[in-house]
Design a protein around this ligand. Structure first.
Ligand SMILES: [Zn+2]
Length: 243
């Protein structure tokens, strides 16, 4: 479920914290706390409801039934660290998923296979997202360097030119957060369609699987909205300075 997480530095260090930025930061932090704690609660709850097959068995069956033979299902350490690796073509399932036979494990395993299917079918949003990764990594690193440099008080950071660069780099990370949304929703949609038509989950409560995947997707929605709100704030600063 986890993809690249961008540590977003804040320009507040350069210009000082304004009440608006403070509200955005607090609201985003609060929303993401509510969503992630709900996700954890639901995941733990649905991990207690057993089904016939383990996460790994679900994943292997789903891949096979979708005609995918070159993707491996492997075990990865940690909790909720499940992800699909397009470079190695592996579905990485975490401790609570790989060898566990629960609704939560089935939902997560099927979701990650959804990404593998997207990759096999060159799903447009996934392709676009993958192409953005180098630019997003560059933007993230540069923003961090700027942040550190600004603490040491480089005078460049109080110029409008700097604000333009900052907004452009930040916009790249915001765009990435939004391109991630259709990729995540589509992977969950593929997961649920397959689970509902599948023999392996005929006895499963599909509404619970749907609910777990809904809260997982909400973490990406909150991140994207938080990023957009921050970006709009920076843009308003830009226009405020030009007046
Ligand atoms: Zn995903």
């Amino acid at each position: 479920m986890t993809d690249i997480l961008i540590n977003t530095p804040h320009i507040a260090f350069v210009y000082g914290i304004s009440p608006t930025l403070l509200i955005i930061m607090v609201a985003t932090a609060l929303a993401s706390w509510i969503v992630s704690s709900t996700l954890k609660r639901r995941f733990n709850e649905y991990s207690q409801i057993p089904i016939q097959f383990t996460g790994a068995q679900i994943a292997e069956t789903m891949l096979r039934e979708n005609g995918i033979t070159d993707v491996k299902v492997i075990h990865t350490p940690g909790k909720l660290t499940d992800h699909y690796d397009p470079t190695k073509k592996t579905v990485n399932l975490s401790e609570g998923v790989y060898a566990m036979n629960s609704i939560a494990a089935a939902a997560v395993a099927a979701h990650e296979c959804g990404h593998a299917i997207q990759h096999a079918k060159s799903y447009a949003w996934l392709t676009m997202r993958s192409k953005m990764v180098p630019a997003v990594q560059f933007a993230g690193k540069t923003l961090n360097i700027f942040l550190i440099a600004s603490i040491f008080g480089a005078s460049f950071f109080n110029t409008p030119a700097f604000l333009y660069i900052w907004v452009t780099l930040f916009a790249v990370t915001t765009l990435f957060a939004f391109v991630t949304l259709p990729v995540e929703f589509d992977a969950s949609r593929r997961a649920l369609v397959w689970l509902e038509g599948s023999r392996v989950s005929s006895s499963m409560d599909h509404d619970k699987a749907k609910n777990a995947l809904f809260w997982a997707a909400m973490t990406y929605v909150v991140a994207a909205i938080g990023s957009l709100a921050t970006l709009l704030y920076y843009v308003s600063m830009l226009f405020g300075r030009r007046d």
